[in-house]
Design a protein around this ligand. Structure first.
Ligand code: SAH
Length: 501
């Protein structure tokens, strides 16, 4: 990993004083995960460049007890900028980050023209996030992406960029920006996130983070999506507690301000499924991630796609509710008859991933105008969800507890009211086929229920009666030869709005 800082400030070699590193020598320091070197590839009064080179020892890292996320010997960690580069920065330039100098102290507060180059910055969310993080701080951002493999263009782009930042900053501010923002861009993290990290964020973000428009995203990502820690950090940074409460508490609370919640009593005795509530609301035991074969999901997506292609349904616009990281959107965008495609999810993290997967930044304009992503929730009435020919909910309903499902039913079938709605959900009867799945357990730890074919049909029936839709159900996947009576792995319903309604 490499990072260079170049300045063309008058008497540029003074950079050595501010970084506490003499341009004439090479500095070396051992790190918990490897080693760092600081040296100056060029040092003249007109232009001076300081380089930080970090070598990571991947084997030592895996062997080191307690290392988190380093479960494999082969990964991209040693080569991309990440939290490790941030640690190396802090260890090599600690005094500079604290804003001290033994000599030339008068230069500490000068904002110098600086150029920082980092050849490999990991950012799965795409280069847009790099801009959103650095541009508000006054940097001009240049990024260069790479294909995953030059020989196979169809594999798409790597989530790694060469980043060049140009701007006028004090050295101290620059280092603190990098210390906070590099790990916040990167998904991986090699050390434990705890209260210590909150302190670091608060100290290094002092003076600039509280006013950053993306401060909540930065805090959450720096603290690796631990909302309560992020909350704590921001509330230490900002005086206005009210604001932090409104924005940070949870993703959904951000939405409440703009969207009307559909209020459904948690224990609505009139809800058609409330009788089944006890049976359906399984405890959230972490099922042992026995995810059914990934090919099943492809099959599901393709089954929905085929149904959408049916010319009788005349689907020209489509909304993918709970689009996740965009697996279905990626297929949908190739369907020429779809003039408008929108993906919606409650998780901004999934939306970030989705944006990366769809390579939004590089989509040809024609495609880009057809597709957009919105942050929303299925339990809030939302005008943005109306006006589509079709809505799809692929493996989403089982993630909602019953009160939320009841709200979602109204949001989709009463308010958004597309002509056609496609819903897929697991068929619980089929779980016996997966021998590794303990009896009675659900397929995924976030599933709140899984239905038998009869339960799913019963749900479809009451939806169709309450909201004026006709429905068909169909099986997804092949039946198991050993258990022919349990049906197939997944099931789909297609709802069609009645003519008069
Ligand atoms: N449809 C996608 C993802 C399925 S996983 C696919 O087939 O690949 C379920 C998704 O539903 C997750 O992305 C989750 O964030 C989303 N989700 C859960 N609750 C939601 C809610 N209340 N509103 C919108 N999306 C929700």
């Amino acid at each position: 990993m490499l990072l260079t800082i170049t300045t063309t400030a008058p008497n540029a070699t003074d950079l050595g004083y501010l970084l506490h590193k003499n341009p004439g020598s090479v500095f070396h320091r051992d790190l918990p995960f490897g080693a760092a070197w600081v040296f100056y590839p060029e040092a003249s009064p007109e232009r001076t460049t300081c380089a930080l080179l970090v070598e990571v020892d991947p084997i030592g890292l895996v062997r080191r007890k307690g290392a988190i996320g380093m479960d494999q010997y082969v990964n991209d960690r040693p080569y991309v900028a990440s939290s490790m580069l941030a640690v190396a920065l802090a260890r090599s330039f600690g005094s500079a980050m604290a804003g001290t100098a033994k000599e030339k102290t008068e230069r500490l507060t000068e904002r110098w023209p600086l150029e920082v180059t980092i050849p490999a910055v990991a950012c799965h969310a795409g280069e847009g996030l790099i801009r959103r993080f650095f541009e508000p701080l006054g940097y001009e951002v240049e990024t260069k992406g790479y294909p995953l493999d030059d020989r196979f263009a169809e594999w798409g782009a790597a989530a790694v960029y060469t980043v060049t930042l140009r701007g006028k900053q004090t050295i101290r501010t620059l280092l603190n920006h990098l210390y906070v923002l590099l790990p916040a861009l990167d998904r991986g993290k090699h050390y434990y996130v705890g209260d210590d990290e909150v302190d670091k964020l608060v100290r290094k973000g002092d003076e600039w983070l509280a006013d950053h428009p993306e401060r909540h995203v930065i805090a959450r990502r720096f603290l690796k999506n631990q909302a309560s820690l992020a909350h704590k950090a921001i509330s230490q940074l900002t005086v206005e507690q009210e604001e932090t409460d409104a924005v940070l508490d949870a993703e959904e609370r951000q939405l409440e301000a703009v969207i009307d919640p559909v209020v459904v009593a948690a224990d609505d005795p009139n809800h058609p499924l409330s009788g089944n509530a006890a049976a359906l609301q399984q405890p959230e035991e972490p099922a042992d991630e026995t995810d059914p074969a990934p090919r099943l999901h492809e099959l599901r997506l393709n089954t929905v796609l085929a149904a959408i292609r049916d010319p009788c349904r005349a689907v020209r616009s489509l909304i993918d509710l709970g689009c996740g990281d965009g697996k279905f959107l990626r297929l949908a965008i190739r369907e020429r008859q779809l003039q408008r495609i929108v993906g919606m999810d409650v998780s901004s993290r999934e939306l970030d991933r989705c944006q990366g997967r769809l390579k939004f930044d590089r989509l040809p304009t024609l495609h880009r105008e057809r597709i957009s992503l919105i942050h929303g929730s299925l339990v809030y009435r939302d005008d943005r969800l109306a006006g589509f020919d079709a809505a799809v909910l692929i493996e989403v309903i089982e993630h909602l507890n019953l009160p939320r499902l009841a709200a979602c039913e109204r949001v989709v079938f009463e308010f958004a009211r597309p002509r056609t709605v496609f819903v897929t959900t697991p068929n619980v009867e089929y779980n016996v086929v997966w021998e590794t799945l303990p009896a009675g357990e659900l397929r995924h730890r976030d599933h709140r229920f899984e239905w038998s074919r009869a339960e799913f049909r019963q749900w479809c029936q009451q939806i169709s009666e309450r909201f004026g839709y006709a429905f068909d159900t169909l099986d997804i996947g092949p039946p198991s030869p050993e258990h022919p009576s349990v049906g197939t792995a997944s099931q789909m319903a297609i709802f069609t709005r009645n003519h008069q309604s």
